[in-house]
Design a protein. Structure first.
Length: 269
Protein backbone atom coordinates (compact mmCIF):
# COMPACT_ATOMS: atom_id res chain seq x y z
CA UNK A 1 0.00 0.00 0.00
CA UNK A 2 1.15 3.49 -0.85
CA UNK A 3 2.54 5.16 2.32
CA UNK A 4 0.67 8.34 1.43
CA UNK A 5 -2.64 6.46 1.24
CA UNK A 6 -1.97 4.78 4.58
CA UNK A 7 -1.10 8.15 6.13
CA UNK A 8 -4.31 9.65 4.75
CA UNK A 9 -6.40 6.83 6.22
CA UNK A 10 -4.73 7.19 9.63
CA UNK A 11 -5.27 10.93 9.53
CA UNK A 12 -8.93 10.43 8.65
CA UNK A 13 -9.34 7.85 11.44
CA UNK A 14 -7.78 10.18 14.01
CA UNK A 15 -9.87 13.14 12.87
CA UNK A 16 -13.04 11.04 12.89
CA UNK A 17 -12.55 9.15 16.19
CA UNK A 18 -10.00 11.34 17.94
CA UNK A 19 -12.51 13.32 20.03
CA UNK A 20 -14.29 10.12 21.08
CA UNK A 21 -10.97 8.47 21.96
CA UNK A 22 -9.85 11.43 24.04
CA UNK A 23 -13.24 11.56 25.76
CA UNK A 24 -13.10 7.81 26.48
CA UNK A 25 -9.61 8.12 27.98
CA UNK A 26 -10.75 11.04 30.12
CA UNK A 27 -13.83 9.12 31.29
CA UNK A 28 -11.65 6.09 32.07
CA UNK A 29 -9.29 8.06 34.31
CA UNK A 30 -12.00 10.15 35.95
CA UNK A 31 -14.19 7.08 36.44
CA UNK A 32 -11.33 5.20 38.10
CA UNK A 33 -10.82 8.09 40.50
CA UNK A 34 -14.56 8.25 41.26
CA UNK A 35 -14.69 4.49 41.90
CA UNK A 36 -11.84 4.73 44.41
CA UNK A 37 -13.59 7.61 46.15
CA UNK A 38 -16.91 5.72 46.31
CA UNK A 39 -15.30 2.54 47.63
CA UNK A 40 -13.38 4.59 50.21
CA UNK A 41 -16.56 6.32 51.38
CA UNK A 42 -18.37 2.98 51.68
CA UNK A 43 -15.43 1.56 53.65
CA UNK A 44 -15.66 4.45 56.13
CA UNK A 45 -19.41 3.95 56.44
CA UNK A 46 -18.96 0.22 57.10
CA UNK A 47 -16.28 0.91 59.72
CA UNK A 48 -18.64 3.26 61.55
CA UNK A 49 -21.57 0.85 61.29
CA UNK A 50 -22.12 -2.49 63.00
CA UNK A 51 -21.16 -4.57 59.97
CA UNK A 52 -19.49 -7.92 60.59
CA UNK A 53 -15.71 -7.59 59.88
CA UNK A 54 -15.87 -10.76 57.80
CA UNK A 55 -18.41 -9.14 55.47
CA UNK A 56 -16.55 -5.86 54.77
CA UNK A 57 -13.88 -7.14 52.33
CA UNK A 58 -16.49 -9.03 50.35
CA UNK A 59 -18.85 -6.05 50.04
CA UNK A 60 -16.06 -3.67 49.06
CA UNK A 61 -14.58 -6.02 46.45
CA UNK A 62 -18.00 -6.71 44.92
CA UNK A 63 -18.83 -2.98 44.78
CA UNK A 64 -15.48 -2.14 43.16
CA UNK A 65 -15.84 -4.93 40.60
CA UNK A 66 -19.38 -3.89 39.66
CA UNK A 67 -18.45 -0.23 39.21
CA UNK A 68 -15.40 -1.14 37.10
CA UNK A 69 -17.50 -3.33 34.79
CA UNK A 70 -20.00 -0.50 34.34
CA UNK A 71 -17.17 1.94 33.58
CA UNK A 72 -15.61 -0.45 31.05
CA UNK A 73 -18.91 -0.92 29.22
CA UNK A 74 -19.46 2.86 29.12
CA UNK A 75 -15.98 3.48 27.65
CA UNK A 76 -16.51 0.84 24.94
CA UNK A 77 -19.82 2.46 24.03
CA UNK A 78 -18.14 5.85 23.66
CA UNK A 79 -15.66 4.30 21.21
CA UNK A 80 -18.52 3.20 18.99
CA UNK A 81 -18.23 -0.52 19.72
CA UNK A 82 -21.55 -2.33 19.31
CA UNK A 83 -22.43 -3.40 22.85
CA UNK A 84 -25.25 -5.80 21.98
CA UNK A 85 -22.90 -8.39 20.49
CA UNK A 86 -20.32 -7.78 23.18
CA UNK A 87 -22.85 -8.35 25.97
CA UNK A 88 -24.13 -11.50 24.24
CA UNK A 89 -20.60 -12.90 24.00
CA UNK A 90 -19.95 -11.94 27.61
CA UNK A 91 -23.16 -13.65 28.70
CA UNK A 92 -22.30 -16.86 26.84
CA UNK A 93 -18.83 -16.88 28.34
CA UNK A 94 -20.30 -16.29 31.79
CA UNK A 95 -22.71 -19.21 31.34
CA UNK A 96 -19.90 -21.54 30.29
CA UNK A 97 -17.73 -20.47 33.22
CA UNK A 98 -20.69 -20.79 35.59
CA UNK A 99 -21.37 -24.38 34.49
CA UNK A 100 -17.70 -25.28 34.85
CA UNK A 101 -17.48 -23.72 38.31
CA UNK A 102 -20.90 -24.72 39.63
CA UNK A 103 -19.48 -26.13 42.87
CA UNK A 104 -17.34 -23.06 43.46
CA UNK A 105 -20.29 -20.76 42.78
CA UNK A 106 -22.39 -22.77 45.24
CA UNK A 107 -19.72 -22.26 47.89
CA UNK A 108 -19.59 -18.55 46.99
CA UNK A 109 -23.37 -18.23 47.40
CA UNK A 110 -23.17 -20.16 50.68
CA UNK A 111 -20.50 -17.80 51.96
CA UNK A 112 -22.67 -14.80 51.11
CA UNK A 113 -25.63 -16.34 52.98
CA UNK A 114 -23.49 -17.10 56.04
CA UNK A 115 -22.02 -13.59 56.11
CA UNK A 116 -25.44 -11.98 55.71
CA UNK A 117 -27.58 -14.09 58.08
CA UNK A 118 -24.79 -14.94 60.57
CA UNK A 119 -25.84 -18.39 61.87
CA UNK A 120 -22.46 -18.34 63.62
CA UNK A 121 -19.53 -15.97 64.08
CA UNK A 122 -15.80 -16.22 64.63
CA UNK A 123 -15.15 -17.81 68.03
CA UNK A 124 -18.38 -19.84 68.17
CA UNK A 125 -18.19 -23.60 68.75
CA UNK A 126 -20.27 -25.41 66.14
CA UNK A 127 -20.97 -28.95 64.99
CA UNK A 128 -21.47 -29.35 61.25
CA UNK A 129 -20.66 -31.79 58.46
CA UNK A 130 -19.54 -34.34 61.06
CA UNK A 131 -17.00 -32.02 62.73
CA UNK A 132 -16.95 -30.07 66.00
CA UNK A 133 -14.70 -27.08 66.47
CA UNK A 134 -14.28 -23.38 67.10
CA UNK A 135 -14.79 -21.06 64.12
CA UNK A 136 -11.41 -19.54 63.29
CA UNK A 137 -12.26 -17.82 59.97
CA UNK A 138 -15.32 -17.26 57.78
CA UNK A 139 -14.04 -16.95 54.22
CA UNK A 140 -16.11 -16.36 51.11
CA UNK A 141 -15.71 -19.97 49.89
CA UNK A 142 -14.84 -21.91 53.06
CA UNK A 143 -15.20 -21.80 56.83
CA UNK A 144 -12.14 -22.73 58.92
CA UNK A 145 -12.63 -24.66 62.19
CA UNK A 146 -10.09 -25.41 64.91
CA UNK A 147 -10.76 -28.64 66.79
CA UNK A 148 -9.98 -29.11 70.51
CA UNK A 149 -6.90 -31.18 69.54
CA UNK A 150 -5.70 -28.31 67.31
CA UNK A 151 -6.62 -29.72 63.92
CA UNK A 152 -7.65 -27.36 61.14
CA UNK A 153 -10.91 -28.30 59.40
CA UNK A 154 -11.85 -26.59 56.11
CA UNK A 155 -15.57 -26.87 55.33
CA UNK A 156 -16.99 -25.61 52.00
CA UNK A 157 -19.67 -22.99 52.59
CA UNK A 158 -22.08 -24.51 50.06
CA UNK A 159 -22.92 -27.54 52.16
CA UNK A 160 -22.50 -25.64 55.41
CA UNK A 161 -25.19 -23.10 54.47
CA UNK A 162 -27.78 -25.70 53.40
CA UNK A 163 -27.36 -28.47 55.99
CA UNK A 164 -28.17 -28.81 59.67
CA UNK A 165 -25.76 -27.30 62.16
CA UNK A 166 -25.47 -27.03 65.95
CA UNK A 167 -24.14 -23.79 67.44
CA UNK A 168 -23.04 -24.42 71.02
CA UNK A 169 -22.19 -20.76 71.67
CA UNK A 170 -25.54 -19.13 70.92
CA UNK A 171 -26.93 -19.45 74.45
CA UNK A 172 -25.22 -18.37 77.67
CA UNK A 173 -26.30 -21.52 79.54
CA UNK A 174 -26.07 -25.20 78.65
CA UNK A 175 -27.52 -28.30 80.29
CA UNK A 176 -25.12 -31.04 81.38
CA UNK A 177 -26.55 -34.58 81.34
CA UNK A 178 -25.20 -37.62 83.18
CA UNK A 179 -26.40 -41.20 83.48
CA UNK A 180 -25.21 -42.53 86.85
CA UNK A 181 -25.80 -46.18 87.69
CA UNK A 182 -25.98 -47.84 91.11
CA UNK A 183 -26.11 -51.53 91.87
CA UNK A 184 -29.35 -53.36 92.53
CA UNK A 185 -29.85 -53.60 96.28
CA UNK A 186 -28.15 -50.27 97.08
CA UNK A 187 -30.07 -47.53 98.91
CA UNK A 188 -31.55 -45.37 96.12
CA UNK A 189 -32.49 -42.54 98.48
CA UNK A 190 -28.90 -42.37 99.74
CA UNK A 191 -27.58 -42.40 96.18
CA UNK A 192 -29.91 -39.57 95.25
CA UNK A 193 -28.80 -37.60 98.31
CA UNK A 194 -25.10 -38.06 97.50
CA UNK A 195 -25.61 -36.92 93.92
CA UNK A 196 -27.54 -33.88 95.13
CA UNK A 197 -24.78 -32.98 97.59
CA UNK A 198 -22.14 -33.23 94.87
CA UNK A 199 -24.15 -30.92 92.63
CA UNK A 200 -24.74 -28.42 95.43
CA UNK A 201 -21.03 -28.39 96.30
CA UNK A 202 -20.01 -27.37 92.76
CA UNK A 203 -20.41 -23.59 92.53
CA UNK A 204 -20.35 -23.73 88.73
CA UNK A 205 -23.70 -25.54 88.70
CA UNK A 206 -26.53 -23.00 88.64
CA UNK A 207 -29.26 -23.09 91.27
CA UNK A 208 -31.89 -21.95 88.81
CA UNK A 209 -33.08 -24.06 87.05
CA UNK A 210 -32.87 -26.62 89.83
CA UNK A 211 -30.85 -29.81 89.36
CA UNK A 212 -33.02 -32.69 88.11
CA UNK A 213 -32.36 -36.19 89.55
CA UNK A 214 -34.65 -39.14 88.77
CA UNK A 215 -34.49 -42.88 88.15
CA UNK A 216 -34.44 -43.20 84.37
CA UNK A 217 -34.07 -46.94 83.77
CA UNK A 218 -33.90 -50.34 85.42
CA UNK A 219 -31.06 -51.59 83.26
CA UNK A 220 -29.55 -55.08 83.01
CA UNK A 221 -26.85 -54.49 85.61
CA UNK A 222 -27.78 -51.21 87.30
CA UNK A 223 -30.44 -48.79 88.38
CA UNK A 224 -29.73 -45.63 86.35
CA UNK A 225 -30.23 -42.07 87.53
CA UNK A 226 -30.73 -39.29 84.99
CA UNK A 227 -28.99 -36.16 86.29
CA UNK A 228 -29.45 -32.83 84.55
CA UNK A 229 -27.83 -29.58 85.66
CA UNK A 230 -27.47 -26.14 84.08
CA UNK A 231 -24.14 -24.33 83.83
CA UNK A 232 -22.63 -21.39 81.99
CA UNK A 233 -21.54 -22.46 78.52
CA UNK A 234 -17.74 -22.12 79.14
CA UNK A 235 -18.04 -24.38 82.24
CA UNK A 236 -19.73 -27.27 80.42
CA UNK A 237 -16.84 -29.72 79.98
CA UNK A 238 -15.17 -28.89 83.28
CA UNK A 239 -18.34 -29.65 85.22
CA UNK A 240 -19.03 -32.78 83.17
CA UNK A 241 -15.62 -34.38 83.78
CA UNK A 242 -15.32 -33.30 87.42
CA UNK A 243 -18.72 -34.74 88.32
CA UNK A 244 -17.82 -38.13 86.84
CA UNK A 245 -14.66 -38.24 88.96
CA UNK A 246 -16.40 -37.01 92.12
CA UNK A 247 -19.18 -39.58 91.77
CA UNK A 248 -16.67 -42.41 91.47
CA UNK A 249 -14.68 -41.28 94.53
CA UNK A 250 -17.68 -40.44 96.73
CA UNK A 251 -19.79 -43.51 95.97
CA UNK A 252 -16.99 -45.77 97.21
CA UNK A 253 -16.71 -43.83 100.49
CA UNK A 254 -20.48 -43.94 101.02
CA UNK A 255 -20.76 -47.68 100.41
CA UNK A 256 -22.53 -47.29 97.08
CA UNK A 257 -21.53 -49.57 94.25
CA UNK A 258 -21.09 -48.55 90.63
CA UNK A 259 -21.98 -51.76 88.78
CA UNK A 260 -20.45 -53.15 85.63
CA UNK A 261 -21.88 -55.76 83.25
CA UNK A 262 -21.37 -59.29 84.49
CA UNK A 263 -22.70 -62.75 83.72
CA UNK A 264 -23.35 -65.75 86.00
CA UNK A 265 -22.64 -69.09 84.36
CA UNK A 266 -24.21 -72.25 85.90
CA UNK A 267 -22.85 -75.65 84.89
CA UNK A 268 -25.14 -78.70 85.08
CA UNK A 269 -23.77 -82.26 84.82
Amino acid sequence: MDPQVLLDKLTELVLTNGPNLLAAIAVLFIGGWVIKAVVGSVRIALDKGSVDPSLKPFLLSMLGMLLKVMLFISVLGMLGIEMTSFIAILGAAGLAVGMALSGTLQNFAGGVMILLFKPFKVGDVIEAQGYVGSVAQIQIFNTILKTPDNKTIIIPNGGLSTSSMINYSTEEKRRVDWTIGVAYGDDLDKARQVIKQLCDADERILKDPEVFIAVSALADSSVNFAVRAWVKAPDYWGVFFDMNENVYKTFGKEGLNIPFPQMDVHLHK
